[in-house]
Design a protein around this ligand. Structure first.
Ligand code: HEC
Length: 713
């Protein structure tokens, strides 16, 4: 009897492991391939010898952008279950698509006819027998929808949805949490974080788990500890009631067998000043390993103490195996915006390469006590440049070089972790990385990871903001000053935007009515944050400024911000997120501006590094590719290939995994600002990528590539 049980058990194990292999490695049933965030596929129909023959198999073109939409940056990494693809559009409708033909099967509009949007990197699948669900978020709600027909499951949460503003320990009307990355499933739990404001008064960034069947809240992990919780002493006493951020906007990974969820966290708010949050600020910028059933913390690692740079951990960490002293170890690899890669034992949190606390430059801002040291891993070496010498200033043209050199004279920079000060401060890497939300791909058994990176220096300048209500400024002038404080960081001091990331606002008077403008600023939409926390007259002053006929590009920039009487003195990064560029708009640093790397985590050594992307007009014909700023991630396949889009030159590329040689490239109709996905259907391997829209075609699209049918048979 016992023997029979063992045999049966063994048989079942084989069955389940086959099933797992099948579903995990030849389909794409979870964001970034699997719960381990490997972005790896066992498929090898497309390989080095035939990747050049790839052709467009189908294009899915939603038609859901409301009139007047200007923009559609689209970051969805779709999932595929039993031949059906589930993805959101740039307007954040949920779609089921025939994964073989691209034909739409159904759609679900979570906004019920209202204007949609909001960054959504993907959706989550769960099944129990015939109960098959897609869980996804829009605004501050989790929705559960039947995978079969897209109908909303009305007994999930309250009338078919769960309000993420509840169970945060603060007044639900005063918080704002809008997830941008998909949640992850552990058994019958849906675990999710969320994006929150990066400014003062941000909402808390708790990681939370919900019952996947009922939507009931099950546990929370307080990323800003409450009294009595570990890490509480790393903040001022009532920070847990007032300070926000330290949030998981970038998604998580899960060790399904051990039941451990790995949640990377962002910086505490406000991003660039921490005088009101003195201390190390746990668990800001930390990787926390949590018991997935209870939310109890098992171990953590803080990658930046008391962040002043917006160095959020940018992506779900990758779970893989590495060799150490002849033994196979289960590891977790963590990418960062700073260019550091940290590698840990997945269970104990022991670093696999030493990490040294090194002294870093101090703050020059009143009231700000920067943390004296920061963690530096001894290996692997950083995958992004962390300082900029005179030699590294652009040589593109004589004029560009001398312009940047001249600026460098007045720029404060003491290397990595120089706190932004009242003088222009160079941040390299900047808040855009280094590594970004696309994270890494890996070869799960070989210990090799692949990561794309930005080399995109930024300038920060943190100024004290004082009340100027009674200084006799006109409404236009006050609006201009508010604009400089709150809007210029993204839409540019000259209102020309920073495409493709931020739309221009110098032409809004021709496109949007006063009411439209008010609604967009007050409520936010898409990736445009809400400014509903500003007093109404401030929003009206900004609109006066935006709609004014006055020549706005010639005006003097107001360095001081006349905030309302009664608002405490605060500090703002008045250039926040602003690129450091040469006069022609190219990065102020020598290329490469974007890179792709293969790192062997068994040894910590690099296999190869190559430029990713190219701006041929910015270099001499014989020079290597310049690389390009990039957002998205790589995937790795058993066909020996790395597929990645991501670049601002809007190409989709395949690289040889062993050498980094580029084997294929294709010009997309827009930016592919996400990781691709790959799956096999009826004997044919597909590689798909979501493509962003533009002003003419804001909907965006999903493009599928495959080998010609003749080549397969
Ligand atoms: C963190 C970056 C960020 C900041 C700060 C920001 N915006 Fe935006 N804004 C965006 C993005 C991104 C979009 C496009 C949204 C989309 O399509 O998803 C946008 C869109 C808009 C639009 C709509 C443009 C159009 O053509 O339809 C307006 C108007 C606007 N923003 C005004 C403002 C104002 C006014 C401020 C300051 C109070 C501001 N924004 C601050 C990122 C930002």
């Amino acid at each position: 009897m016992k023997n029979l049980q063992i045999v049966l058990f063994a048989f079942l194990m084989v069955l389940t492991s086959c099933r797992q292999d099948l579903s995990e490695r030849t389909s794409w049933h979870v964001y970034k391939a699997d719960a381990a965030s490997t972005s790896y596929s066992d498929l090898d129909q497309i390989q080095r010898g035939n990747v050049q023959d790839l052709e467009v198999a189908w294009v899915f073109q939603p038609d859901d952008a409301p009139a007047g939409s200007s923009f559609g940056k689209y970051e969805c990494n779709p999932i595929v279950i039993d031949g059906v693809m589930y993805a959101t559009s740039a307007q954040r409708w949920l779609y089921a698509i025939d994964a073989g033909t691209g034909e739409e099967l159904w759609s679900f509009d979570p906004f019920d006819g209202r204007r949609g949007g909001g960054m959504c990197r993907g959706v989550t699948y769960w099944e129990d027998g015939a109960d098959r669900r897609i869980l996804f978020t829009a605004e501050n709600f989790i929705y559960a929808v039947r995978a079969s027909d897209g109908s909303q499951i009305m007994d999930f949460g309250l009338e078919g949805r769960v309000n993420l503003h509840e169970n945060l320990g603060r007044d639900p009307d005063s918080v704002r949490v809008t997830p941008t990355s998909p949640g992850i499933i552990y058994k019958d739990l849906f675990i999710i974080g969320g994006a929150v404001s990066e400014s003062y008064g941000a909402s808390p960034g708790d990681v939370r788990a919900y019952d996947v069947r009922t939507g009931a809240w099950v546990w929370s992990f307080h990323t800003i500890p409450h009294p009595g919780e570990e890490g509480y002493e790393t903040w001022p006493p009532d920070a847990w009631k007032k300070i926000g951020g330290a949030n998981n906007w970038m998604g998580m990974s899960l060790d399904e067998n051990r039941g451990i969820v790995y949640a990377p966290l962002g910086s505490p708010s406000y991003d660039y000043y921490g005088g009101d949050r003195s201390g190390k600020n746990l668990f800001g910028n930390s990787l926390v390993a949590l018991d997935a059933s209870t939310g109890e913390k098992l171990w953590h690692f803080q990658s930046v103490h008391h962040d002043l740079w917006d160095y959020d951990l940018p992506a779900p960490p990758t779970l893989l195996q590495v060799q150490r002293d002849g033994k196979v170890l289960d590891a977790v690899a963590l990418s960062t915006k700073t260019g550091f890669m940290f590698v840990f034992d997945r269970v104990t949190g022991e670093p696999l390469f030493d990490i040294e606390e090194r002294t870093v430059p101090g703050s020059q801002i009143e009231g700000e006590e920067s943390w004296p040291t920061q963690p530096f891993p001894v290996k692997p070496k950083p995958y992004a440049r962390q300082s900029m010498t005179t030699e590294e200033v652009t040589h593109r043209t004589e004029e560009a070089r001398s312009h940047v050199l001249d600026q460098m004279q007045r720029i404060h920079h003491e290397g990595l972790f120089t706190p932004p000060g009242p003088q222009n401060t160079l941040l390299i890497p900047g808040s855009r990385g280094g590594g970004e939300y696309g994270g890494m791909a890996c070869d799960p058994q070989d210990g090799i990871v692949y990561i794309n990176s930005n080399e995109s220096p930024e300038i920060a300048n943190v100024q004290k903001v004082e009340s100027g209500q009674n200084r006799g400024l006109s409404r236009y002038e006050r609006g201009a000053a508010f604009y400089d404080s709150y809007c210029a960081a993204c839409h540019g001091p000259d209102r020309k935007g920073q495409l493709p990331l931020y739309p221009p606002l110098d032409d809004v008077s021709t496109r949007l009515s006063y009411e439209d403008l008010f609604a967009k600023i007050d409520q936010g939409y898409g990736r445009m944050p809400s400014f509903g926390h500003l007093p109404e007259q401030q929003i009206r002053a900004i609109i006066t400024f935006l709609l004014s006929e006055e020549n706005q590009t010639e005006r003097t920039v107001h360095m001081e911000d006349p905030v309302d009487e009664g608002t405490p003195v605060v500090f703002h990064n008045i250039t926040g997120h602003s690129y450091f560029r040469d006069p022609d708009g190219y990065p102020a640093i020598e290329p490469p501006w974007g890179t792709l790397h293969a790192i062997d985590l068994n040894t910590g050594d690099y296999k190869w590094s190559v430029p990713l992307g190219d701006h041929p007009q910015a270099r001499k014909a014989d020079d290597p590719p310049t690389g390009s700023e990039n957002y998205g991630g790589p995937i790795s396949t058993a066909g020996g290939l790395i597929f990645i889009a991501a670049t601002f030159d809007e190409k989709f590329r395949a690289f040889d995994k062993d050498t980094g040689e580029m084997l294929w490239e294709y010009s997309l109709p827009g930016g592919g600002f996400t990781a691709p996905a790959t799956y096999s259907l009826d004997g044919r391997q597909f590689v798909v990528i979501s493509v962003s829209g533009d002003t003419e075609r804001p909907d965006g699209s999903i493009m599928a590539f495959a080998l010609p049918a003749e080549a397969i048979n």
